[in-house]
Structures are given as structure tokens and as C-alpha cells.
Design a protein around this ligand. Sequence first.
Ligand code: ZN
Ligand code: ZN
Length: 461
Amino acid sequence: MKRRWWLTAAAAVLLAAAVERVLAQPARPASPRRLALVGGMLLDGYDAPPLHHAAVLIEGDRIVRVGPAASTPVPEGYTVIDTSGRTMMPGLIELHAHLVLLGHGNYATWFPWIDRNGGDPMLRTVMTTAAAQLLDAGITSAVDLGAPLEASLAVRRDIDTGKARGPRMLMSGPWITRTPAVFPESYQIAVDSPEAAARAVTHLADAGVDVIKAHSGLRREDYVAIAETAHRRGLRVHAHVYAEHDVRNALETGIDVLQHAGSAGTAPPYSAALITDIANAGRPVVITAAHRSWIYPDTAAFPERLQDPALARSIPPAIWREIQDSTTAWRALPYFARTDREVLYRDRGVRQFIESGAVLGMGTDSGTPLNFHTEALWREAKVHADLGMSPMRVISALTRVGATVLGRQRDLGTIEPGKLADVIVLQGNPLFDVTALAHVETVVKGGVIEKRPATGQEVRR
Ligand SMILES: [Zn+2]
Ligand SMILES: [Zn+2]
């Protein structure tokens, strides 16, 4: 009998997919179906006064009830986490991370080191290490802006299926550029025309990326082609822009998120007209302020941060040794070559956006040299607060505004019934001092307890 080969092939593919689904079942114990966090102060993500001694009830992956603990009884069958004396708030949203980087000092030696030490499997180890660092820092959603396509999709799937720990990841895969950077070829798609840029977007969208990253050297007509193609596919475009004319081109061609704008780079502060136009357009800006121009002087003041034992514990020993080696002469690293000028402009660059009332999300370029995933986001929060952003606005930027920037505000960013149950518990009051964000004890993502305090305040009822 003559078989239809394609039917057999299709059946084989389906079977393989089914097997993979079974194999991909989460290894960790099933999380309680019903979970209550009870007793602490609640910041719900809105610019509203906190709710003291609150209770948050979770069923499955969603929040079902929120209120004062005294009038929100916990029904039978719930696992209760006692959050007394602490702060509860929505999981943090990091709008600019690099899972392929772990704060190693030098791109020129980091990627060859990965290649010499296993290549793709080592790259996956690096990426899942970074993802776990982000999650333990209280980040429940993150955007990765630049990694090889296959590895990006594989790591996202491993996190989604519970094989790896990490935030819900929105992956860009390789970025699109006219001027390729020192990164290997698989991290970037070089284009030389708007048509090529549109084809690159289509290729990435077909593969299943979540966002598009438009990198450097792109022209106005490239942005037009990228934005139009991406929007047709329901994807938002994040542009890497520093210079005033690049920011203006990205703004006027419908690029969705202006990444790095306001981070001094080598550009002096922007014209008042540009800032006003960005603010009036309501176009989100992610400054990524704290890398370089804050990291450098902060490290000079406290080089001990490079040997932080908690950081060391979060990275496999062989990788940790390589990172340590890369930072012995950190002041001379090429990444910090222009830091003097950046430090000169850094405060003005950030302040002009804060004072303009522009929509500001929070992202950090985490993973870049000495900018560790374990702390990048609270460092970014501190910079914004130090330069005049109210702590409440900082908290909103880290949560509700971040969700809006991603277009995921229906599911993420606030603590209220119906939203996905992404809740963190931290020591101290971030409205008094935003660096309380460095002390995240408990992380719940989609109703699953991803991190618990060593002391264990969990009670089963
Ligand atoms: Zn960038
Ligand atoms: Zn970046």
C-alpha cells in the first residue's frame, strides 16, 4: 500500500511534540492551588496609599481577593504565608535585560570563553543562571533585548514549562542593525535597506519572538519599515537610541519604546523640544541610567561589591572564576572608556525626563559589565529616586507602568482580582527607602511560590 508520506511525517512530529510535552513537566513540587499572603503592607501598583495589614488571596495562577486582613478571612484549604511586618507588592518588571551576560567585564573575551567551554550548552547555562538571578531579585517579568534566536526561544520555553527558574521572559532574539557590534553574528541581523529590515522582522515574528529590538545605525526609513512590519504582526519595537537625531527618528516613526534615551552616553542632555515631544506623545522611555555612569563610581567607592558572596553563590563556580578574572583590572575595561563624560552629564540626562512627566518604565541593561542581574533593578530605582522621582512613582514604574509598556496591563503589574498572581514580599518599606527592594524574601509568580524566606513563614491550613 502506498502511504502518504506527509501524513506519517505529520504523525511523527505530533508524537515527538507530545513526548516533549510529557518530558517537560515541571520537576518541582506542585504549588498549592490556593495561597494567601496575609499581614503585611500592600502596595498594589497604583499611585494609591498603601493598604496596611492586608491579605491577598490566590487561586491557581490568579489573584481572587484583596483587602484588609481583618475583613478578608482565609477560607479552608489555603496555604498561608505570613507577611506580617513586611511589604507586599506586584512582581517587578525589568524592561531591558541581557540573559547572555552575567556582568563579565569584557564582551571581547566573554563570548570566546563561552565557545571554548561548551558553546551552546554553556550559553544556555549562562542564560538560565541569569534568569534565576532575576527571579530571586523579585523580577517576575523581563524583556531580553538581544540573544541568539534558538537559545532565546529554548530558554523561554524551559522557564514556561518549569524546567528552568526565571521570570516570564519576553524575548527579542537577535537585534536588527546597520552597524554590527562586537557581539557574535548570531546576536544580530545586519541590514542595509528598509526592505531587509522588514524581512528581518518577518523572520523573527515567524520564529515566535515577543518583541523586536532595533539597534544602532538605523535610518529613519528603516524605523518606518521595522515599526510597520512589527505592528502588523502585533509586536512592539524597542529601539536602542542615544543621539538626539536617533531618538527623534524613533519617536516620529512610531517606535514603541525608547531604550537608553536619557542615559548620558556620549550625548549631552536633549533639547527641551525633544523632551516635550516625547512626554506629549506618551511614548515610553526606559533610561537604563544606572549602568556605566553609576556602576563605575560606585565600584570605585566599594570594589568589594565585585566579591559579594550572595552574587558568588548565584553563579556556577567555573563561570564565577571567569567573571572574577575579567574584573581584576576593571577600571581599564573598554566598556568604561567614556565614563568621565557620562558621569558629567548623567544627572541632567535623567532629571530632564523625570521632570517632564514622560512615561518612564524601568530597565537596566542588566548583565552588562559589572551590572549584575542580582541588583541592577534596585540600583536603577535608587538612581531615579535620588534624582527626584517619588518612591511611589518609582514603584509604579517598576510594576504597573512596566506592564503597560509591554501591552500586558490586563494580566500584569498590579495586585487586584483577575490579575496573574505575581507578588513579592520584601523587608522594610520601599516608600521610605527604595533600596528596600534589595531585600526580596518571597517571590510568587503565577501563583507558584518561586522563592521562600529561609525562616519559612508558611502555614498549611
Ligand atoms: Zn541597547
Ligand atoms: Zn542592552
